[in-house]
Design a protein around this ligand. Structure first.
Ligand code: ADP
Ligand code: MG
Length: 437
């Protein structure tokens, strides 16, 4: 079957696979057998955890990188590089700081060889549509984050794309700014002020997906693959407080956590490059205590727990995931349950908690064990942070590596597994002369 046989299909991703070579020469398979299709008139959400390969897939669809296998069919042809009609909005604004807003937007057209006069007209129009009028001659540094991301949108829209790819475009913005930009975009979309036929929105935010999309594809991790599809039956504008909206969010949440036990890897095979969320030990301990309390007796339905703690489900998710990674809880089918070690932690005093945390870190988180080993082996028991950062960057993007090392530093300090000195940016362990740890 070709996409021609389905008149509403505008893009067809078939059996796409992508692997990267690891520093040791092994292949890391990030995407496997990815199938998805975009139809005319829909916003499709791709919902998956960080590190599941969403950006990689989007870059393949944009023609920026090649797939290792499979095809992307666009306008009935195999895609071989960037195609006219496919544009992308990135998570980080990626603007040229030395160019004005107008020039940044025009840059979106340069690859197409548009004549200067037409380029200017179209750029001004895109600037107008996206609500940046009056800012054409400003430089990015003069703009707020929300305005900068509007420039990112204008730069994609100026090309009159058929397909708009968006890679977590709202995630770097504060809550209110993000919501304004989402709503403005949806207004343009529903009023058909854009030539776009279909949108593929990558997100790790369930609420955002339910707020914006007509169809949500749930993406698994390790390797990334579309594992289920959810139709969103609501008209725009949508109301986040509508009980049916809440129910759908909870349902998707349950599906994603059910998936974690079916498709996720056991903690024992985490790699040094496993991405860690930047979650404070206070939050981790707080969630363990809440779960151990008389209200929950060690087990809770995640959406209920989120309500009880006044957290959005998307805020609770990474905390629950961290507890699972550390062996303090199990998450499955929308429930979280403390393990025996988790229950012991809840009962313990501060010192015993720290010992427990140190034990869980070195046995469950390879990066923690690695840092500790290096420090143990070095005569001065000291190692610069940058050493571990560059190791992590073999596995993770620069930002993810920073965040992971920041999280681990915070956790290791709490557990007294090592200390970290901000001035010299190095890790050390204090080894009392005659005591063995
Ligand atoms: P997501 O966008 O879902 O957070 P990414 O697509 O950015 O995920 O990354 C998925 C995985 O692929 C990560 O483990 C990442 O480290 C790895 N990866 C991405 N790009 C490269 C690359 N150029 N080289 C090696 N590994 C990469
Ligand atoms: Mg990404």
């Amino acid at each position: 079957m070709t996409s021609n046989s389905d008149p509403t299909a505008v893009l067809d991703v078939r059996a796409v696979r992508r692997s990267f070579e690891r520093p040791n020469g092994d292949a890391l398979t990030v995407l496997e057998a990815v199938d998805l299709r975009l139809h005319r008139g829909e916003i499709v959400g791709l919902l998956g955890r960080s590190g599941s390969g969403k950006s990689t897939l989007l870059r393949i669809v944009a023609g920026l990188i090649k797939a290792s296998g499979g095809d992307v069919i666009y306008r009935g042809q195999k895609l071989r590089g960037p195609a006219e009609g496919i544009a992308m909005v990135f998570q980080s604004f990626a603007l040229f700081p030395w160019l004005t807003v107008l020039q940044n937007v025009e840059a979106g057209l340069e690859a197409q060889g548009t004549a200067p006069k037409e380029m200017r007209e179209r750029a001004l129009q895109a600037i107008d549509v996206i609500g940046l009028d009056g800012f054409a001659n400003a430089y990015p540094r003069e703009l707020s984050g929300g305005m900068r991301q509007r420039v990112g949108f204008a730069r994609a829209l100026v090309t009159d794309p058929t397909i708009l790819l968006m890679d977590e475009p709202f995630s770097a913005l504060d809550v209110l700014t993000a919501e304004t930009l989402r709503t403005d975009f949806l207004d343009l979309w529903t009023e058909k002020k854009l030539p776009i036929q279909s949108v593929l929105l990558v997100t790790h935010n369930i609420e955002e997906a339910v707020f914006m999309c007509d169809r949500i594809l749930v993406f698994s991790s390790n390797p990334g693959r579309v594992v289920s599809e959810i139709k969103v039956p609501f008209q725009h504008p949508r109301n986040r407080l509508d009980p049916r909206f809440r129910q759908l969010v909870d349902e998707i949440y349950a599906r994603m956590t059910a998936r974690a036990s079916t498709y996720g890897r056991p903690a024992a095979v985490l790699s040094i490059g496993e991405r860690l969320p930047d979650i404070s030990t206070n939050l981790l301990a707080g969630l363990i205590e809440a779960l151990a309390s008389d209200v929950f007796l060690g087990r809770a339905d995640l959406p209920l727990l989120a309500d009880e703690l006044s957290l959005a489900i998307d805020e609770l998710f990474p905390i629950a995931e961290s507890l699972q990674m550390l062996g303090y809880a199990e998450v499955a089918a929308g429930d979280i349950q403390l393990t025996t070690i988790g229950k012991e932690f809840a009962e313990a005093d501060t010192q015993a908690r720290k010992r427990s945390f140190a034990r869980q870190l070195v046995t469950r988180i390879p990066l923690a064990a690695h840092i500790r080993n290096v420090l143990d082996e070095r005569p001065g028991h000291r190692a610069p942070r940058v050493r571990f950062l560059s190791e992590l960057e073999d596995y993770l993007s620069d930002n993810a590596a920073e965040e992971t090392l920041r999280a681990l530093t915070m956790w290791g300090r709490y557990a007294e597994l090592f200390t970290y000195d901000d001035d010299s940016e190095s890790f050390t362990i204090v080894m009392p002369e005659s005591t063995d740890r």
